[in-house]
Design a binder for this molecule. Structure first.
Ligand code: ADP
Ligand code: MG
Length: 262
């Protein structure tokens, strides 16, 4: 009998989290927010982490996003062991590898769109000329080439979220983490944002993870990882993924995302 070796999985995990435990201590009380979570997410995936309120989503996102560290467990981001890094090193990894998109946009409201997008490049030490050029290209790639100088508070909710997405992609991150990105938007603007994420993932190959309580949002991704009570309870491929971009012709007429590419 010939032995058949299992194929070696050569894909590189962007996220490789094993046995993550997070315990919050509040005086004498301990809250076990994550109780042994293991998850691998590979380059180019479009996935969601879905669970009810209090299930540990934000705790997990904070750890995956290097905003916080686990109590025990191991976490490699893009092959880098982030467990033992200092706060400064974590901040630097966040800036280089992760783009965040939040429900509440988190923009500087009285500041032009282009300066909002420049923020992570300033932190990253990129010079003025390159900063401007890359920020303009990122805003063009989300369809806001004609709104560079508008202050954030002069834009609609959907446009503000697109500025936030431009800010997330301008550093050319390995990973975008989006926490309920359509939670504050009407359904039409929400669909435009989901279309944009699907295009970014498809055309630029950026790994995107949504953290959501919403089954419908999760159905826009190709993989749904369910979490309940601090543990992973399911991990399934989505067969009938919702495609948010309305019509291929409309999509082709939108500004090219290529410009935001590496
Ligand atoms: P979700 O984002 O799914 O709603 P969270 O990750 O925010 O869930 O919270 C998971 C559990 O951890 C909850 O029981 C919550 O009360 C608790 N928790 C979250 N953050 C803290 C904190 N900073 N201190 C103490 N307990 C916390
Ligand atoms: Mg939360």
């Amino acid at each position: 009998m010939t032995e058949v070796k299992a194929p070696v999985d050569k894909r590189v995990p962007v996220i490789d989290a094993q046995n993550i435990v997070k315990t919050y201590k509040m005086g004498d009380i301990e809250v076990n927010a994550l109780r042994g979570v293991s998850v691998r997410i590979f380059a180019g995936e479009l996935a969601s982490i879905m669970g009810p309120s209090g299930s540990g989503k934000t705790t997990l996102m904070n750890i995956l996003g290097c905003l916080d560290q686990s109590t025990t467990g191991s976490y490699k981001l893009d092959g880098v062991d982030v467990d033992k890094l200092s706060d400064d090193q974590l901040a630097s990894i966040r800036n280089r590898k992760i783009g965040f998109v939040f429900q509440s946009f988190n923009l500087l409201r009285r500041t032009p769109a282009i300066e909002n997008v420049e923020q992570p490049l300033i932190y990253g030490g990129i010079g003025m000329r390159e900063r401007r050029e890359r920020s303009r290209a990122a805003l063009e790639s989300v369809g806001l080439g004609d709104r560079l100088k508008h202050h954030a508070n002069e834009l609609s909710g959907g446009q503000q979220q697109r500025v936030a997405i431009a800010r997330a992609i301008v550093t050319r991150p390995s990973l975008i983490l989006a926490d309920e990105p359509t939670g504050n938007l009407d359904s039409k603007s929400g669909a435009e944002i989901m279309c944009l994420f699907q295009r970014l993932n498809e055309e630029s190959g950026i790994t995107v993870i949504f953290v959501t309580h919403d089954q419908r949002i999760a159905s826009h991704t190709r993989r749904v990882i369910s979490i309940a009570d601090g543990q992973i309870t399911g991990d399934v491929a989505v067969e009938d993924q919702i495609l948010a971009c309305p019509d291929p012709a409309v999509v082709r007429a939108m500004p090219v995302l290529e410009k935001a590419k590496r």
